[in-house]
Design a protein around this ligand. Sequence first.
Ligand code: SAH
Length: 491
Amino acid sequence: MSEKIFKKNDEITLTITDISDDGSGIGRSDGFIFFVKNALPGDEIRAGVMKVQKNFGFARILEIVKPSPGRCSALCSVSEKCGGCTLQNYRYEEQLKYKYNKVKNVLIRIGGLSEKEADEKLLPIVGMDDPYRYRNKAQYPVRMGRDGKPHAGFFAGHTHSVIEADDCRIEPEKNAEILNAVTVWMNKNHVKAYNDESGEGLVRHVLIRHGFISGECQVNLIINGNKIPDEVGLVCALKDVMGDSLKSVTLCQNKRRDNVILGDSYRAIYGEGYITDTLVGITFKISPLSFYQVNPVQTAKLYGLARDYACLDGEEEVLDLYCGIGTISLMMAKNAGHVTGVEIVDRAIKDAKENAKINAIGNAEFITGAAEDVIQTMLPGKGNRRTPDVVVVDPPRKGCARSCIDAILTLAPSRVVYVSCDPATLARDIRIFREGGYELIKATPVDMFPHTAHVETVVLLGNKFSKPKEYVQIGIDAEDHYRIKDAKSNE
Ligand code: SAH
């Protein structure tokens, strides 16, 4: 604990040693923790104290006295202002190293693994060959600028002023042209952008989605009303930019006065109101309101690892908890006897069922409900479901509910595949599984969101008491990871 009392405007020197979840640099002065935006591990800085709380404070860079060896110049000119890519000025190899160590450290500190175990079990992080232009979806706010014209881009920090998106390097290049077509159309038709304070103005957001495999494009205008002038003019302007790739233009009404971006319903003014795309061998129908993974290249790698870790032979009963639109369930259904997906959002379950139909997958069933509740109805003696051989979980950041893990332990599947978007809650849950008779066979971090501090991890846990399969190492696609092979076929 620091003896020193800090106050606003104090000048301090810091060596940055870590990165917070929101991408700020973390450094200590007299033992007191400071969070500093745009500072990177290895930076030595002079900083100005902005705010002090009981156990930590916030400071801003006054001068970078000695830059981190990992520093590089960001490709995007507004990266420091927009707050999206907090690590764009950190070399990509350093980002990957940082993320790998973040997972390793929590496996030791929270998960209870020894350093040696963590080194053995945690396989190399799967990064991107090209960590730019990876997002297939973007939602751009539109607001009136001081020049009296509409601007589309990003909110600066936590404000409602918009930074013009000239060319966001993690989005497709065409998006800037699409936004330009929308704002030119607005000017021509005297359409005003939404104003958060007055609640007036028509256009709130532009949502753009591209199917990376299908090449199809969808543009959705979120409007504070139910119609726009000159629909034909807007569609023609968008066609000029996207040509035949443009498959859907929709209007989504949202008259709410809060920060929720999307409304509840939409209307197509061009096309069918959805696009299609293919991921992990499954075709998805994507409406403006559907959830769909935003980094399809890395999702295919992450879910491919999950499929390898599940090591299905065509007979298994698989339970996929927190299944969303059923991406993992449908992928696994191709190699399993039967899959049950459970998800709390009913719209996602409707999409999952529809996607099963489109792909003619008949051995997947989907249930709406909280995983921790639905799983209780699957326990021995409650109903006549087959006990799952493999349980997959892909929970939100808070991880699995304790009662959900307890129920999985009672069901005692031979393998649990855990897909996580938060290393700390993952490590907490791994500890419970380890105490409950499972061993950590292997784990692989996957970089789904380059230039941010987020990291996903896929983990295989094996039941110590019912290990019917032998875990052996084989090389797949040059990626050094393991696969479970049937002990017999391995002889
Ligand atoms: N694998 C999914 C994505 C999982 S994201 C896919 O491919 O689509 C995590 C999901 O957990 C979200 O869809 C969220 O709605 C859901 N969720 C959150 N809390 C839940 C709970 N208590 N029970 C079941 N699902 C939950």
